[in-house]
Design a protein around this ligand. Structure first.
Ligand code: NAP
Length: 461
């Protein structure tokens, strides 16, 4: 796929970009390296000031940059505006806390003095996805820049204008030229950037295939990586749950961002005793969702970001239906009333699959769109077993009002995060990341800023 803005609502190509040359990549790496030499010596106060400036710019331009995201990848505008606001939050969070997180840690040994110092590594490459085009970048960049690293961004090829805008934001905020640069290149050129000895580490948020490819290229050169990959998060509802709250949250948790979120609740796992009622409530709520132009304030579900994503989803749902699953809502592109003006877009209807036989993609694959799969289980043990029977381990949401059940769920669910009676969400104050094939390493919180630093042991006699 070329680097281009293609409006997912209409299919219209709005702007194309020529990938930068190998020479231009070399120039940008050289500039980043040169900047790093002095940037690493700047004070936390100075970096925090620049980051706070970035936060102010984000606050002042929420609508404009929200519209840019919606234009390039189709998320409903209100969600896009909220995403810009959240980026300002993460900037302020690390501006406020980085000095404390990275302060020397004294260690009691037989040295006259010994401590741990946290120092920057240098150039960090970030390979980012289109689904949260601003948030994914800012949650990496805020701690990386506060730690004294400099950043190169290889953004997804379908959000080039967001990528260019984010570089402009950091420049306008006052960061030195070269502290944050965008590389307009395809995924096939990432390995050559990693191979440059001045690039010290890399992070990727995206699919398993891309993560494996980045990790293997980095492994060849012994470089640290963080991987934030896909998931098929369980949303467990036990008999004691507040059913209305659970059903309402299940719909939000599945449909956020047109269903294209790594931590979306993709598998509803429901205790048999309340399954009929829960299913009925969710069915009604799915049917009430409005599919349409994501720029309209009353739209709940916009188009998927690219035709390929919709094609993949169609294949996965069709395989389930052929095997005998039932779509209580949606299930095919034709099951959706749409204005003629939107016929060229990548729309897919909210879909609820039940009675899914084993052996379908629903068991092992991530469905990246507005499709929920509902499974019935006899009890909590069955819920935990089914929740864990998947290659992923990103987040898990579980609903119960029984303390002993809550404690078992927290202990036994295989996931990087367990949220009880709440949807899974990211929060600058808490670490975020997965286990199993959902990746490794953490972003956000205190842990996030420690991923790309040299944890230096200091011994003085
Ligand atoms: P993707 O195809 O893997 O793309 C993500 C990024 O990786 C893009 O910048 C892409 O560039 C690049 N890329 C693709 N192939 C590559 C390769 N072989 N080597 C290096 N870079 C490569 O992922 P996606 O389909 O856009 O994003 C959706 C996936 O991301 C889902 O699985 C979702 O769950 C996951 N995700 C995870 C998190 C998390 O925090 N765990 C958050 C959001 C999304 P091009 O665009 O140029 O191909």
């Amino acid at each position: 796929m070329g680097i281009a803005t293609i409006n997912p609502t209409t299919g219209e190509t709005l702007k194309t970009f020529t990938p930068i040359s190998d020479g231009a990549i070399a120039d940008k790496i050289a500039l980043a390296h040169q900047t790093y030499r002095t940037y690493r010596l700047t004070s936390f106060e100075q970096r925090a000031q620049w980051l706070r400036n970035a936060a102010t710019l984000l606050d002042d331009n929420q609508e404009q940059w929200g519209e840019l995201m919606t234009l390039e990848m189709g998320k409903p505008l209100k969600g896009a505006i909220a995403e810009v606001a959240k980026c300002a939050l993460v900037c302020r969070y690390y501006a406020d806390h980085a000095a404390e997180f990275l302060a020397n840690e004294p260690a009691s040994t037989d040295a006259a003095q010994s401590y741990v110092a946290y120092q920057p590594l240098g150039i960090v490459l970030a390979v980012m996805p289109w689904n949260f085009p601003f948030w994914q970048v800012f949650r990496f960049a805020a701690p990386a820049l506060m730690a004294g690293n400099v950043a190169l961004l290889k953004h997804a090829s379908n959000v080039p204008q967001c990528a260019v805008m984010i570089e402009a934001i950091f420049k306008q905020a006052g960061f030195p030229e070269g502290a944050f640069q965008t590389l307009l290149i395809g995924g096939d050129r990432v390995a050559s950037v990693i191979a440059d000895p001045r690039v010290m580490a890399a992070t990727l948020t995206g699919s398993e295939a891309a993560g494996a490819s980045l990790a293997s290229a980095s492994g060849n050169d012994i470089k640290k990586t963080v991987l934030e990959l896909g998931g098929s998060d369980p949303f467990i509802v036990l008999e004691s749950a507040d059913l209305e709250a659970a059903a309402t949250t299940a719909v939000t948790a599945r449909m956020l961002n047109n269903g294209q979120s790594c931590i979306a609740a993709k598998r509803f796992i429901v205790q048999e005793a309340i399954a009929d009622e829960f299913t009925e409530r969710v069915t009604q709520k799915f049917m009430a969702l409005k599919v349409g132009d994501p720029m309209h304030p009353d739209t709940d579900i916009g188009p998927l970001a690219t035709p390929a994503i919709r094609d993949d989803l169609v294949k996965q749902v069709d395989a389930c239906l052929r095997a005998g699953a039932v779509a209580l809502v949606g299930g095919s592109v034709d099951a959706m009333p749409l204005d003629d003006s939107l016929r060229g877009g990548n729309f897919y209807p909210p879909t609820l699959l039940v009675d899914i036989p084993s052996g379908t993609p629903a068991e092992q694959e991530e469905f990246f769109g507005p499709v929920a799969m509902l499974f019935r289980v006899p009890d909590m043990n069955g819920a935990i077993a089914l929740a864990n029977d998947i290659p992923f381990g990103l987040g898990a949401s579980a609903w119960t009002q029984v303390d002993s059940e809550r404690d078992r769920l927290i202990r036994d669910l295989e996931a990087g995060a367990v949220f009880i009676n709440s949807l899974v969400k990211s929060d600058p104050r808490l670490p975020f990341g997965g286990i199993k094939r959902s990746g490794y390493g953490r972003e956000l919180g205190r842990y996030g800023i420690h991923e790309f630093v040299n944890i230096k042991t200091v011994w003085i006699d």
